[in-house]
Design a protein around this ligand. Structure first.
Ligand code: SAM
Length: 287
């Protein structure tokens, strides 16, 4: 049985990842020149939250997007994310005002894309890729590639547009997954040194960040920000309670803008007093 994202869709980790992704896309769009969005592990794009019910496991979205859906006084980036999900539900035909569908990263990016922004969406599992193909109707230049996303930086960079945002969001099922991520990051930066590259990872004893962090810290390839987010104290029994995003070549002052938003998100999604967030430089910008 291969990884399916449907069970996790809309959980705390998705909200954290998609909040940062949306803000990275918007920062790319501060310049008028179009860019390539490369999603190396795109998933199926649309998740029906009703399907996450049953199967003996509690669905995860109620403690993620579910907590934000009607929350008052959200900071603008979170309010905008919720508004995007509301609009997406409307377009998918959900009952007015109800949360039924959650968009994945390729759909969040399509919903923000300008006519000339190009989206290359890689998904290896054929049925997930076929579903994503059906869901790639929100942007003029979105194309699904049913290929191994780890090869995509080598195959698709540098882009014609000369500007790229790369999201690497693997399932982390294989033991060597972070080593493959590190190779993909190195290849991306070798071909497009100014590309913005975002890597999502779980905070789990099973997944060592060392191969990626070592590459970035020792080679000092590019300025790198690390965001980490926990909804509860670390516990081996309780399942995934935290995750992180390494952001290489982040936008100017992204840390200053996003630190308070992540802190508020940690308060909103907290499951116990161990909830926290941090946003620090692994490789600082040159002075
Ligand atoms: C964590 S999910 C992606 C979620 C998606 N990025 C989002 O935020 O909505 C990981 C996806 O990667 C796919 N996948 C696994 N190995 C892959 C590979 N080598 N290349 C491309 N896709 C892969 C899985 O089928 C799964 O859909």
């Amino acid at each position: 049985m291969y990884y399916r994202h449907a069970f996790h869709a809309g959980n705390f980790a998705d909200v954290f990842k998609h909040l940062l992704l949306r803000e990275l896309v918007r920062a790319m769009q501060r310049k008028p020149k179009p860019f390539l969005f490369l999603d190396t592990h795109a998933g199926r794009g649309r998740y029906d939250l009703a399907l996450a019910e049953g199967g003996g496991r509690a669905p995860e979205w109620p403690d993620g997007i579910g907590r934000l859906w009607a929350a008052p006084g959200l900071p603008a980036p979170l309010a905008d994310l919720v508004a995007a999900v509301r609009e997406y539900n409307r377009r998918c035909g959900a009952e007015p005002g109800t949360l039924r569908f959650y968009p994945g990263s390729p759909v969040f990016a399509q919903l923000l894309a300008r006519p000339d922004d190009r989206l290359a969406l890689c998904e290896l599992q054929p049925d997930e890729a076929a579903a994503l193909d059906r869901e790639s109707v929100y942007a003029q230049k979105a194309r699904v590639y049913p290929v191994d996303g780890y090869g995509a930086p080598r195959a698709m960079l540098p882009p014609l547009e000369r500007r790229a945002l790369v999201l690497i969001d693997p399932p982390f099922e294989a033991a060597d997954e972070m080593s493959r991520v590190a190779v993909a990051v190195e290849e991306a930066l070798a071909r497009s040194p100014a590309a913005v590259v975002a890597v999502w990872y779980p905070l789990s004893a099973r997944v060592a960040t060392a191969p990626l962090f070592r590459l970035l810290r020792e080679r000092r390839l590019a300025p790198t920000l690390i965001a980490e987010f926990r909804v509860r104290a670390d516990s081996a029994e309780a399942g995934l309670g935290g995750c992180g995003m390494a952001m290489i070549n982040p936008p100017w002052q992204f840390d200053i803008a996003m630190r308070p938003v992540l802190a508020q998100l940690a308060r909103l999604l907290a499951l116990d007093a161990g909830a926290s967030s941090k946003l620090d430089w692994l490789v600082p910008e040159a002075p």
